[in-house]
Write a protein that binds this ligand. Sequence first.
Ligand SMILES: Nc1nc2c(ncn2[C@@H]2O[C@H](COP(=O)(O)OP(=O)(O)O)[C@@H](O)[C@H]2O)c(=O)[nH]1
Ligand SMILES: [Mg+2]
Length: 330
Amino acid sequence: MTGYQINHYLQGVLDGDRRMLAKTITLLESTRLQDVEQAGRVLSALLPHSGGAFRVGITGPPGAGKSTFIEAIGMHLVRQDRRVAVLAVDPSSSRSGGSLLGDKTRMNELATHPGAFIRPSPAGKTLGGVARKTRESILVLEAAGFDTIIVETVGVGQSETMVAGMVDFFTLLALPNAGDDLQGIKRGIMEMADAIVVNKADGFLLESAKQAARMLGNALMLQTPVSPNWEIPVLLVSALKNTGLQEYQNTLDLFRDRMEASGELEEKRRRQARDWMWELIDDGLKRRFTAHRDVRDRLSTLEREVTDGKVTPMAAADRLLAAFGPEGPS
Ligand SMILES: Nc1nc2c(ncn2[C@@H]2O[C@H](COP(=O)(O)OP(=O)(O)O)[C@@H](O)[C@H]2O)c(=O)[nH]1
Ligand SMILES: [Mg+2]
């Protein structure tokens, strides 16, 4: 029993009370039936107060400096009285026992700044579950008045696609190693990026950072632009030396202005909301399907028979779906 009334959560969040903010996100992350119901009601009530922030996603290979960069740009922003919240989608965090942001050492200054709020990745069994909590947390943080929400994700599996699907601006953070096949950056990721930031452009790495930026710029030229109003920039920054941060902020502001003016930002959010609904329906159906008594009874046997090649996947799927229920009228 959490012991709070819905109004208590609502008022706490709207007042920007950090303790209640943390408790509300904990409520969202809870899997207890009672909490899930209460969380749903809290979210619905907060929804009209959400949407006001600019949502920024950051991805990149491990070691690219994502956490360091978020600390640097976060501090840069809060010093201008912006209010910054940081979330993480890290499907590995529950397994490794620590989150990307768990190494708080890298975000010490930001973590204790009154204008900032940092929340590590929720522990979750599925990436979809982790992503869902993060989406909901974004809404809560917006209702609490944060104007910039940064979502960090590590380049694992589908996490980038999921984060790109919940932010306004997606940033790919790259390392300064030119040459090695664009650092194994998957094509699809470059296509999702609204900006590429080559980090560690400092000291003896500066020249290779410049070279990496040129190569990435060339690769971008081969790509069909997603928007007629936006050319994907390649920026050089040093999260360690705090250089290039203002240029990055200018890029965010310019993007927001242009996409708001053209209506593309609104269109993107409308599309994201629709996709989110379908994701929830897919999840919900699958959950109901596997929990259905007649399906549960047959599932493990059929799964094994398919694995052993005794039953075709088509036949097994047909039988399980039939056990779930008849197709409705169409
Ligand atoms: N030289 C240099 N090192 C950096 C920079 N940013 C991060 N690093 C270092 O790169 C390593 C990985 O940084 P981290 O932020 O944990 O990367 P993440 O895995 O992408 O979150 C750490 O040792 C950082 O100190 C930078 O701008 N310049
Ligand atoms: Mg990190």
